[in-house]
Design a binder for this molecule. Structure first.
Ligand code: ZN
Length: 201
């Protein structure tokens, strides 16, 4: 489905997972996050939401509706509504994984952002960390995985969690350029396996 501001697809309401790439659109895109979100979602038969607006010139879906960009209000409202619509289609617990990109020079490959437990409980974050490390080991890769360092998530994510409501958690997953680009295939396969094995209670 296409709306003005996002591309989304509800592949199945049974996955309990939403893949999201709010900064997929250039200019100033988090490169490859749209592609990764889409392929992981397709393999999991999970819904995905991918931004069609640039965070630099149009609207930033990872900010609240008052952020000063020309299409911010409409775009953010539509984004929230699409997520509400997806959540309404299932009575399972849902975990929303928002993919972002960071520079390699920060020294982290994956930052699991929970806003210090406010948008996702730390037990689930630990589980994601352990699964990421275990799954990458199968490819002989040892990414640096941390929780809530440097980019724990924008405050608007707390608001979003409340707006969606119910058993709904959000993880902001920052991925280094190296893992989005050089190890993209491995990252897709690992994310698929991590999310499949998450078993949310
Ligand atoms: Zn981003």
């Amino acid at each position: 489905m296409e709306t003005n501001f996002v591309e989304y697809k509800i592949l199945s309401d049974k996955a309990g997972i939403i893949l999201d790439a709010p900064h997929a659109k250039p200019p100033k895109a988090d490169k490859f996050t749209g592609e990764i979100a889409k392929v992981v979602a397709e393999r999991l038969k999970a819904p995905y939401v991918i931004s069609k607006v640039s965070r630099l010139t149009q609207a930033d879906l990872n900010r609240d509706e008052n952020y000063p960009l020309p299409l911010q209000k409409q775009a953010r409202l539509e984004y929230v509504n699409v997520l509400k619509h997806i959540k309404a289609g299932t009575n399972k617990p849902v975990i929303h994984i928002a993919l972002h990109g960071i520079k390699d020079s920060y020294g982290y490959d994956f930052i699991i952002g929970t806003r210090h437990g406010k948008i996702c409980d730390l037990k689930t974050a630990e589980k994601i960390k352990n699964l990421l490390e275990t799954e990458f080991k199968k490819f002989n890769l040892q990414p640096v995985v941390v929780i809530d360092k440097l980019f724990p998530g924008d405050p608007s994510l707390e608001k979003l969690k409340k707006q969606i409501g119910g058993n709904y958690q959000i993880v902001q997953l920052e991925i280094s350029r190296k893992f989005r680009d050089n190890y993209q295939k491995e990252t897709i396969e690992v994310l698929k396996n991590v999310l499949k094995n998450l078993n949310l209670a």
